[in-house]
Design a protein around this ligand. Structure first.
Ligand code: PRX
Length: 656
């Protein structure tokens, strides 16, 4: 089983103290030191964050008000002027870091590139000037649809530099999904590449952009900036499409960073929720800069000599906060890898660790489980002795995977930092500080200083130890999302009113189930809404259902997650067909492909089951709980008395 169960969590009693040689050199050296910081922050959060903001970031102008909290809308460092691109680049140029590697990039075919802070600054300034030439102004939104190449980070930093909010769309999303996001954000320009390498094949990104923009698909788009990566032919539309290398050749590398208001929008990042339409999570400048910076610095105990590698894609929040902004704001060396582990090269991740002497490695439980499947021989054949800390994110980690990571990759000497957070939170929320907090396999441990987290029931009352409940946060924090783009009401409803505010106290509802143990450690159990987590990717079941019913053969669709050994969960779809269609293997294939076209390969159903009817309540609601049981091949559990037609269930069972 990959998902931890309540029983397995209650039985998990192992605890690992921080190794003393690690703690001695760590920034936060003891549990006592953590507790002091935590209590200080809890007593006066505004002072805590203001002190760090003054100490850790460079400002063009200091703020007047630390926090303006009009629940559920927060403003941090009001009146301040700052630029995150400046904090990630310019301020390092006057120090010894000028010639330090900022990005080390490894391409899937084996090509590589290193950019020092000075070189990265130069390219970012050039791209910023190109964006200006193409008419992008402060406040205009820019879409970024890129492979994992340095220009993806350059594009983000160039947008931030001139005050153009970006919206990065994961390169695995389809043209349809790209179009929806660009339309919602009213993007004026898209930055893309001719293609990118993934699993030994070229992903033709520019062709997808062309499809998205065809027939005025995104009316706000005026220009497309194309980076040459794979050199395959692509149709360049005159007047609209421009090669980056051609414009770069004639542009100045002088582009001062625009002083931005603390609360100016930095980016929109779309994520799945419980409706068919993904929501645009809005993050703003100063609070996000501080939060991604501090969380990385303390939770990964970042040292100036570290080579740090986060295996995420820049299309997700992990890539935003912990490949680009957090590491560069700290002046760290961040490794970027283009591809993914693949059957033709199962040892590629460990080659990268060995080649660059990676000290900190951050990945997802699904990747760890895939590594376990590939076999120990691959990591064992490489020198992994440079590693000193291992991180994990994206879903609950099962204790077996945790132990394997600890032993086989970490050589039993590296603390494991299990970071619980979300697109919405901007950065780590519950995480060990590795020199201070003992770890337990499967627990994200304790809240980051300044974060007041709790587990409550639906009325907002704290539940007792080891009782399941809903994970909430009690006080605003600088990295929190500010709103849903264009839909503040959805922001309020989804996150702040799910549990009714009590005496004016608003609770942030994360959408996760959790429990706290007798040491106050948090054990995250997974989503409590209609969101599933497939290989660390967050997908809304409604989104996939909408994609399925947009096919003419489909009358009704219900999607649930089915436990999967490697992916954590897999997409399982129940489908009823329109009268003139009948089930067939070809149709199943066609429907899977249809979902890929509508959303992207990450949402492809692992299995589709055709059925004459869905188990529904008398009021017509699909009983997903029953479908989840059926998909998992389990006996249908719990009350079925509200089921309208028991015959449907028997038939579905028969097909199991
Ligand atoms: O269910 C939780 C799970 O991932 C969700 C957030 O997904 P997303 O916004 O895509 O961000 C992923 C990267 C931060 C959460 O609601 N999740 C994330 N990290 C963990 C986790 N579940 C358990 N343990 C974690 N460490």
């Amino acid at each position: 089983m990959s998902q931890p169960t309540i029983e397995s969590i209650l039985q998990e009693k192992r605890s690992f103290s921080p190794p003393s040689e690690f703690s001695e050199k760590a920034q936060i050296k003891s549990l006592q030191e953590y507790q002091q910081l935590y209590e200080q922050a809890k007593a006066d959060p505004q002072k805590f964050w203001a002190d760090l903001a003054a100490q850790e970031l460079d400002w063009f102008q200091k703020w007047d008000t630390v926090l303006d909290w009009q629940p559920p809308f927060a403003k941090w460092f009001v009146g301040g002027k700052i630029n995150i691109s400046y904090n990630c680049l310019d301020r390092h140029l006057t120090t010894w870091r000028r010639n330090k590697a900022a990005l080390i990039w490894e391409g899937e075919p084996g090509d590589s590139r290193t950019l020092t802070y000075a070189q990265l600054h130069r390219e970012v300034c050039q791209m910023a000037n190109v964006l200006k030439q193409l008419g992008v102004q402060k406040g205009d939104c820019v879409g970024i649809y890129m492979p994992m190449i340095p220009e993806a980070a350059i594009a983000m930093l160039a947008c931030a530099r001139i005050g153009a909010p970006h919206t990065v769309v994961f390169g695995g999303f389809s043209a349809e999904a790209l179009k929806d996001r660009l339309v919602d954000a009213s993007a004026k320009l898209v930055i893309t590449a001719d293609g990118g390498w993934r699993k030994d094949a070229i992903v033709p990104l520019k062709d997808q952009v062309d499809l998205a923009l065809a027939n005025q698909g995104v009316p706000s788009i005026e220009n497309v900036l194309v980076v040459e990566r794979t050199k395959q032919t692509t149709q360049m539309e005159p007047g609209r499409d421009h090669w980056w290398h051609e414009l770069q050749a004639g542009v100045s590398a002088d582009c001062p960073a625009e002083p931005m208001d603390s609360e100016d929008m930095l980016f929109i990042l779309y994520t799945s929720g419980t409706t068919g339409k993904p929501k645009g999570v809005v993050h703003t400048t100063a609070g996000y800069n501080l939060y991604s910076h501090m969380t990385l610095k303390w939770a990964f105990d970042l040292q100036d000599t570290d080579v740090y590698w986060c295996t995420a894609d820049v299309g997700w929040i992990t890539g935003h906060s912990y490949i680009v902004y957090g590491p560069l704001s700290n002046g760290a060396t961040s490794v970027m890898y283009e591809g993914a582990p693949r059957p033709s090269n199962p040892g590629c991740s460990w080659d990268v660790v060995e080649k660059y002497g990676v000290n900190i490695f951050y990945t997802a439980p699904t990747a760890i489980r895939a590594f376990i499947k590939m076999g120990e021989q691959y990591p064992n054949a490489r020198d992994l002795s440079s590693l000193r800390l291992l991180g994990t994110v994206g879903e609950p980690i099962n204790p077996e995977a945790w132990m394997w990571y600890h032993k086989v990759i970490g050589g039993e000497r590296c603390p494991i930092v299990d970071t619980w957070w979300q697109t919405e939170t901007g950065g780590f929320m519950i995480t060990p500080l590795p020199g201070a907090i003992p770890t337990k396999p499967g627990s994200a441990t304790l809240p980051f200083p300044g974060i007041i987290a709790d587990v409550v029931d639906l009325e907002g009352n704290p539940v007792s130890n080891n009782q399941g409940g809903y994970l909430v946060v009690r006080h605003p924090w600088p990295g929190m999302m500010r709103t849903v783009y264009g839909d503040p009401d959805r922001f309020r409803r989804t996150y702040w009113e799910h549990i009714p505010p009590q005496d004016g106290q608003y609770l942030y509802f994360a959408g996760d189930g959790a429990r706290k143990d007798e040491d106050g450690y948090f054990w995250v159990m997974g989503r409590v809404d209609d969101v599933i987590n497939v290989a660390g990717h967050r997908l809304g079941t409604m989104e996939i259902e909408s994609a399925l019913v947009s096919h003419p053969a489909v009358a009704e669709a219900a999607v649930v997650g089915r436990p999967d050994e490697v992916k954590g969960e897999d997409v399982f779809a129940f489908v009823t067909l329109e009268g003139s269609y009948s089930p067939s293997e070809e149709l199943e294939k066609e429907l899977k492909q249809h979902v890929v076209k509508e959303i992207g390969a990450i949402a492809r159903p692992g299995q589709i089951r055709f059925t004459d009817g869905m188990p529904k309540t008398r009021s017509g609601k699909i009983m997903r709980r029953l479908l989840r049981n059926l998909a998992a091949g389990q006996e249908v559990a719990g009350d079925t008395s509200t089921l309208e037609d028991r015959g449907v269930l028997d038939k579905l069972r028969g097909g199991a």
